[in-house]
Ligand binder design. Sequence first.
Ligand code: ATP
Length: 266
Amino acid sequence: MSRDASNASDGPPALRTTAVSAGYGAAGNAVTDLSLRVPQGQVVSLLGPNGAGKTTVMRAVSGLLGLHRGRLTSGRVELFGKDMTGSRASQRVRAGLAQCLEGRMVFPGLSVAENLASGGHVRRYRGAALTEARDEVLALLPRLGDLLDRKAGYLSGGEQQMLAIARALMSRPKLLLMDEPSLGLAPRIVEQVRDIIVSINQHGTSILLVEQNARMALSISGYAYLLEGGRVYAEGTPATLEQDNDIAAAYLGVGTEPVVPRGADS
Ligand code: ATP
C-alpha cells in the first residue's frame, strides 16, 4: 500500500525505524524487519491483535527493551533525523521522546501533584520551571487540577489514564508514544481520551499511538500500520485501510460501517 503524499513534512520525521528486528532471548524475533515513520506533527497508529508485537516496537523506540530482557537484533531507530539506535532511554527522553505506558502505571501511593512532579524529573524541573510545566499540562487536562492532593491510587480508571498522560507530558515531549490509552475504559471515557490526544497533537506533539481500539485510533490518525505476527501486514491512511474490506473485517473490528467517525476529515 502506498504512502499518502499528505504525510510529507518539511523537517525530518519525528520517528523513523528502518528494518527493525527485536525479540526476547531464544524465542526468536517478536518484531521482524519493521520500517515505520511518524512525520512531525502527525498522529500515526500501530494496530494489530494481541501478541502482534506492538509493545515490542514501543520498547525498541523508547530504548526500554533491555528492561524487559529483550534486545534489538538489527535495524535502526532515528528520532528527529538523529540515529538513536544504541542510545539509552534517558538520551531519547532528552531528544524529545516520552512514553505513556500500557496499564497506566501511575504511582498509587503518591498524590496527583507528586506524580506530575515525577514526570518533570527527567528534565530536572524544579520550582518555577516545574510549576510552569505543570500549568501547561493542566491547561490540557484541567480535571486533574481539582485532584492535585488526591492519592493516585484513589482515582478512577479514567482519571488514572489522564494522569498517566499528564505525567508523560510533563517532560514537554516532541514525540509521545502512547500504549493502549483506551484499554479498559468506558466508551464515554474513551471519547475523552481521544479528545485529549487530538488536543495534545494540535499543540504540536507528534504521536505514535498503539491501540486495539482501531476505530478510535483511525478516527484521529493520519496514517496507520497494521501489525500481524511481528511484521507490517498493511499500512496506509485510515480511508485506504477502511476501503479494503478484508482488512476492515479481519483487523479493524468493523464490517461495512465507516471506520472514520464524527469530526474526522481525513
Ligand atoms: P498486546 O496487544 O497483547 O499487548 P502486543 O502486540 O503489544 O500485544 P507484544 O507485547 O510486543 O505484543 O508481544 C509480542 C511477542 O513477544 C509475544 O509473543 C509476547 O509473548 C512476546 N513477549 C513480549 N514481552 C516479552 C518478554 N518480556 N519476554 C518474552 N517474550 C515477550
